[in-house]
Design a protein around this ligand. Structure first.
Ligand code: ADP
Ligand code: ZN
Ligand code: MG
Length: 494
């Protein structure tokens, strides 16, 4: 476990006696231009209380009208998460009183949610594992209380109701997750699927994706779940993993010292790396749910569903599998090349116009990604365009550049903010393509390494690479790699 372990004293031995049980509730904001039940804009960052109307304020007489686009996004998301979409689902009022909700209730779905019985596959210690999704339902967001940033913040709080009525889906997992790492993987896949389907921007800083983590521990071998705590206010996947690690240790320590875990809501404090009790959970929620009288049941006919699903893109998992086949790249390369749909699109377009797609994949991985990360740049801001990468890949593939040479060109390109082709044209790295010169260098290396020659001639053909490497070094990376390869083998076989 990570650094959080210092804050509790649960020993490894004690931890090993217990099995964590985790279930996640994720709220995802749908990427509609207008709100769920009125025409107000959903834009983030506008001046407080400028995107509101009688409907999202819940003024008497104002009636909600369901945003069709929100339903389409929700159906797309449900299907991508392997859920069954109900033909008929029902909106309900969830009643509670809080200053950021002027209506006094939230429109949500309760006993008849839009979709159920889905799953997300995650890698786990024992191979791929399906995490069940209990339900996906539609609901509206609340406003925001502002406790800071005003001259009188010490004594007053303000509310910004712009977010009231923004369409969300809540995705509730089964308590199938067993480790903080699995929780992290689940969230990563979930986010990826939301991004691929285009239903949300999943921007965690702006609150477009929020996660509450439920966690309990039970003695290994025990079937009955332990009492859970719910951790809220965690705004990054890494923090969720840390919060879960912390919480598991805390609960184990409570149990090991003879106490019992109380059901409560806890808050993660990133600065201190620990969770704090916010409130103990009311015995049973009393939200007094009842069907929303102002909205008819939501009907999603088969025909409409089919129409919506024509917008379903190839999903990340399937895309990775295809790319591994099509471009002969590794699982791991496929994973990072498909991190976002845009990135995967860009890569595939480039791969298709290159002599060797695999070479493009390798260069993107080995030369581009790291340099972008180091410079803090997005792909769109890269000095080396995809055309530049394709050029590099083609030159490498034709043996016109050695790895040392293309690395140098990438370095210069990033240093000067120029594309690969520009640097290549200007610096046209020297290449030794003269057979006699190369043969002379090879002879020298062969003479200096009789042991390796013996190995090669004894059948260990891979030793050829050693000689290529030696000559390449002697030539300061300028030997024509294709020709060098050919000549080395010829000499060794002679
Ligand atoms: P609540 O009534 O507190 O909202 P739910 O049964 O609706 O609880 O479950 C909420 C979330 O908590 C779900 O994601 C579920 O998988 C998870 N969960 C339920 N029971 C446990 C438990 N004992 N330990 C960990 N997670 C749990
Ligand atoms: Zn409105
Ligand atoms: Mg619940």
């Amino acid at each position: 476990m990570t650094a959080t372990s210092v804050s509790t004293s649960a020993t490894t031995a004690a931890l090993a006696k217990y099995e964590p049980v985790i279930g996640l509730e994720v709220h995802v904001q749908l990427l509609t231009t207008t709100k769920a039940f009125c025409g107000c804009l959903t834009r983030f960052g506008s001046a407080p209380n400028t995107q509101i109307c009688p409907t999202c304020l819940g003024l008497p007489g104002a009636l909600p009208v369901l945003n069709k686009r929100a339903v389409e996004f929700a159906v797309l998301a449900s299907t991508a998460l392997n859920c069954e979409v109900r033909t008929r689902s029902v909106f309900a009022r969830k009643n509670y009183f809080y200053p950021d909700s002027p209506k006094g209730y939230q429109i949500s779905q309760y006993d008849q949610p839009l979709a159920e019985h889905g799953w997300i596959e995650v890698p786990s210690e024992n191979g791929p594992k399906k995490i069940g999704i209990t339900r996906l339902h539609m609901e509206e967001d609340a406003g925001k209380s502002l406790h800071e940033g005003f001259p009188d913040s010490a004594t007053k709080s303000y509310v910004d109701l712009n977010r009231c009525g923004t369409p969300l889906v809540e995705i509730v997992s089964e308590p199938d997750i067993r480790t903080p790492d699995e929780a992290y993987e689940y969230l990563t896949r979930l986010k990826e699927i939301m991004l691929y389907t285009g239903v949300s921007d999943c921007n965690m800083e702006e609150g477009s994706l929020r996660c509450d983590a439920n966690v309990s521990v039970r003695p290994r071998g025990q079937e009955k779940f332990g009492t859970k705590a719910e951790v809220k206010n965690v705004n990054s996947f890494r923090f969720i993993r840390s919060a879960l690690e912390y919480e598991i240790e805390r609960q184990v320590e409570v149990l090991e010292s003879g106490g019992r875990v109380v059901q409560e809501t806890r808050s993660w404090n990133a600065a201190e790396g620990r969770t704090f009790s916010m409130r103990s959970k009311e015995e049973a929620h009393d939200y007094r749910y009842f069907p929303e009288p102002d909205l008819p049941p939501l009907m999603v006919s088969d025909a409409w569903k089919r129409e919506i699903l024509t917008a379903m893109p190839e999903l990340p998992e399937a895309r990775r599998a295809r790319m591994v086949r099509e471009y002969e790249i590794s699982e791991q390369d496929a994973q990072s090349l498909t991190a976002t749909r845009e990135f995967a699109d860009t890569f595939e377009a480039a791969a298709k116009r290159a002599k060797s797609p695999r070479r493009v994949a390798n260069l993107v991985q080995s030369e581009l990604m790291g340099r972008l990360r180091a410079a803090g740049l997005e792909l769109e801001q890269s000095p080396v365009t995809m055309d530049g990468v394709v050029l590099a890949a083609d030159l490498a593939e034709e043996g016109k550049l050695s790895s040392k040479q293309w690395k140098q060109i990438f370095d210069v390109a990033f240093e000067k903010g120029e594309d690969f082709g520009v640097v290549y044209e200007r610096e046209k790295p020297q290449q030794i393509s003269d057979t006699a010169t190369l043969e002379k260098m090879i002879d020298e290396v062969i003479a200096a390494n009789p042991k390796q020659v013996e190995q090669y001639r004894g059948g260990k053909k891979t030793v050829a690479a050693f000689f290529v490497g030696q000559v390449m070094r002697a030539s300061k990376g300028q030997a024509n790699p294709a020709l060098l390869n050919e000549l080395v083998v010829k000499k060794l076989d002679a």
